[in-house]
Every structure is written in structure tokens, then in C-alpha cells.
Design a protein around this ligand. Structure first.
Ligand SMILES: [Mn+2]
Length: 410
């Protein structure tokens, strides 16, 4: 790998200081409490699986290996945070490569923790040290594990406090998200080039996958949706086995995961290069609804089904288009206006919580009219700023005329 690329990755990585600061914030949000978080279990025995770190565990540690446990203790405890790692397993390492273990001389440097201990001690340590803590917070799914370790403890769900922190992105996270977005944009543009009449949906998916992997990103952030004609109205269509034909729309909902951060972008393009009059009418309505929704994004706005952002899109749709029998167009907008994006494509969020500066969301109105075989969705990623919104994915054309021009040139 050329040196300049290494430099780019080094600049983009989240520092151990930032992970430590996140843990300090969680400690401050849950004073006089202990918090226990668990890494994903080891899946290396299953050849079809790949290890996906538990996102909240990753958020507070940056740790990518399985089976670790994080214990955060009240401020006054010393140490007030401990990472528990499994012991060395030389046989396993023959298959999986070297993994960190609690006895390693470089364990502190690699993990960013001053206290790294053996995994089999976490229960005893928690029991011993949580004495000064009145409560223990853990993920709801791990409640029984914690209860077993400290039966007398008062156990609470860690999710609300963890989620509130994860919802607001740091400058470094925004830079990482931008890299995933830029990669996804390159994938979309490569897909547009491939999307000629007669090509199969999976061939376009393959071209887009290649663009993502070529740029050093790990994977798709979610199953790619390449829905042509009748498939364009299926919201999470992912079979991608149909041959695309001139005169249809092709809905492309594809996003990359790079350095653990997801992107989520949708465009709908005309196969053959030109929208029909009806496709264009619906396209303009959806695009206008997206503009109206983005204009409504600001601190205090809300995303839910009755939220201010959703309302802006629905009102626009109803004023600018009709269904096949004259119905209000918003009746064909059958999903949410958007969601948070971060370590997960549908990132942790607290429903109903108002937007705040630093949050990153999608804005994705769509209309899906089955009897016309037309599904149109336009999805961009948006950063909530102090007084409005910044579209992070604006480099990918979304005006109908711009898309047609781009398609005609290739
Ligand atoms: Mn989405």
C-alpha cells in the first residue's frame, strides 16, 4: 500500500484518547454506577460467518476482537475501567492469527486501557468493586449474565445512556462517515455506467461491490437493493436477479461500510437514459419532498411518523402529485422519512428524541405504485448543524436532468 494511503487511514482513525473520553462521558452520565458491556461472541467456528463487533462495545473501546468484557466503574475507583480479555489460545491462533491476550506485554498500548485483566475474572472483579456502585447498567440482553455475577445488584438497561452518546457524532466520526459516503457515491456512479438495458440487477450489484472493496472498505453496510421495474416497489428487495429493461426505473439503495461506519444512499435512475413523463412527474414530486424535508431538518425537529420532518415531505407530496386514481400521493409513501446512521446503518436512536447538532441521519422519501411498476426513492445523508442541515452526499447527482445527462454521456 502506498505511504500516502497509510497516512490517510492514520489521520482518520479514532484515537485511544477519544475512546477514553467516550467512556468518561458514559461514567459521567451514570454516576455512582458500574457499566458492563460485552464484545460479540467468537464466530470463527462457523465458516459462513464473519465477526461483526457489537457496535456499542466498539464505540467505547475501538476493540475488534471477540469475547472481551468492558467494566466501567465509578470515578473514585482505581482503576475505574477494566478491559477483560480471553487467555492466549495457541491452537486457535494457528487458524485465526494472533489475538491479544491479557498477559501480553503490549496489552496496555494496544487496548488503550491501563487495566487489562483475564476474562475469567470479570464476574469476581465486578462483584468486588461494584460495592461502591449503587447500580449496574448493562445491555438488556446481557441482564442474566450480570445478575448471575452479582445477584444482589440493581440492574438497569444501559441502552438509553449509551444511545444518547452514540447519536451525536464527533468530528472524527463525521470524517469517517464522509469516507463511507464518498465510497458509496463512487459505487453508485460505477453502477450507473453498468445499468444498460439487458444487464441483470446482480451485475450492477457486482460492479458496485467491486467499487466498495477496491477502495479498501470492508463490505456493504446492508444488503444492496437493485430493484428494476416491478422490483422497484419492493422496499427491501435484495434478490437482484432480474434483467433490466429500457423504459423502466432502477432503484439503487446501496451503501458502503468503511472503517466500521455505514453509508446509506438511494438513487432511482431511468434504464435507457430517459425518464418517461409519468416517471419524471413522480420523480420531481419525491425530489421536492426530499428538499422540503431537508429544509425542515434542524435542532429540535423530529423524525417520527408524526414528526416535523415527515410532515414537510407528506405535505409536499400531496400538493405535487397524484396516485393512479387521483389519490393523495403521500398514501404511496410507505416508510419512515429517515433514520440515524453511524456504526450501524440503522443506528442506535431514541424514538421521538428531537434532532440535535452533530447527528447524522438519512432523508429518504419515496413513492411506490405497484400497478404502474414505478418505485422512486431518493435518499441522502444529512448532518444536523447548529441551525439547519448539511447534505453530506450531495456530490451524487439527484436532479432528473442531471441524472439523464450523466447517463447520456456514457
Ligand atoms: Mn435508509
Amino acid at each position: 500500500m502506498p505511504l500516502f494511503k497509510l497516512a490517510v487511514f492514520a489521520v482518520l482513525a479514532v484515537s485511544q484518547d477519544e475512546y477514553r473520553e467516550r467512556r468518561a462521558r458514559l461514567r459521567a452520565a451514570l454516576p455512582e454506577s458500574a457499566v458492563v458491556l460485552f464484545a460479540a461472541p467468537d464466530t470463527s467456528g462457523d465458516p459462513r460467518s464473519q465477526l461483526l463487533q457489537e457496535p456499542s462495545f466498539y464505540y467505547f473501546t475501538g476493540w475488534t476482537e471477540p469475547n472481551a468484557v468492558l467494566v466501567i466503574l465509578p470515578e473514585a475507583e482505581q482503576p475505574n475501567e477494566i478491559l477483560f480479555l480471553p487467555p492466549r489460545n495457541e491452537r486457535k491462533e494457528k487458524f485465526e492469527g494472533r489475538r491479544s491476550a491479557f498477559g501480553d506485554s503490549d496489552a496496555n498500548g494496544r487496548t488503550g486501557f491501563r487495566a487489562v485483566m483475564s476474562l475469567d475474572l470479570w464476574e469476581a472483579e465486578l462483584k468486588r468493586r461494584a460495592g461502591s456502585a449503587q447500580k449496574i447498567y448493562s445491555p438488556a440482553g446481557a441482564r442474566d449474565r450480570v445478575k448471575q455475577a452479582v445477584p444482589e445488584a440493581e440492574i438497569h438497561d444501559a441502552a438509553p445512556a449509551v444511545t444518547r452518546l452514540r447519536m451525536v457524532k464527533s468530528p472524527r466520526e463525521i470524517a469517517l462517515l464522509q469516507r463511507s459516503i464518498d465510497t458509496s457515491i463512487a459505487a453508485h456512479l460505477a453502477g450507473w455506467k453498468r445499468a444498460r438495458p439487458g444487464v441483470f440487477e446482480y451485475q450492477i450489484a457486482a460492479t458496485m461491490t467491486s467499487a466498495i472493496l477496491e477502495r479498501g472498505c470492508e463490505r456493504h453496510a446492508y444488503r444492496p437493493v437493485l430493484g428494476s421495474g416491478p422490483n422497484s416497489v419492493i422496499l427491501h428487495y435484495g434478490v437482484n436477479h432480474r434483467r433490466i429493461d429500457r423504459g423502466e426505473v432502477l432503484l439503487m439503495d446501496v451503501g458502503a461500510e468503511c472503517s466500521s461506519y455505514a453509508a446509506d444512499i438511494t438513487r432511482t435512475i431511468p434504464v435507457g437514459g430517459r425518464f418517461t413523463a409519468r416517471q419524471r412527474e413522480l420523480y420531481e414530486a419525491v425530489l421536492g419532498a426530499q428538499r422540503a424535508a431537508i429544509a425542515a431538518v434542524k435542532p429540535g425537529a423530529t423524525l417520527g411518523p408524526r414528526g416535523t420532518v415527515t410532515e414537510a415531505a407528506r405535505v409536499y407530496l400531496d400538493q405535487h402529485g397524484k396516485g393512479p386514481r387521483g389519490e393523495p400521493l403521500s398514501r404511496f409513501f410507505s416508510h419512515g422519512i429517515g433514520h440515524h446512521v453511524g456504526l450501524e446503518v440503522h443506528d442506535a436512536s431514541i424514538p421521538g428524541d428531537p434532532l440535535a447538532a452533530g447527528m447524522v441521519i438519512t432523508i429518504e422519501p419515496g413513492v411506490y405504485i405497484q400497478e404502474e411498476n414505478i418505485g422512486i426513492r431518493i435518499e441522502d445523508m444529512v448532518l444536523v448543524t447548529a441551525n439547519g442541515a448539511r447534505v453530506l452526499s450531495k456530490a451524487l447527482p439527484r436532479e432528473a436532468a442531471e441524472i439523464e445527462k450523466r447517463l447520456s454521456k456514457q
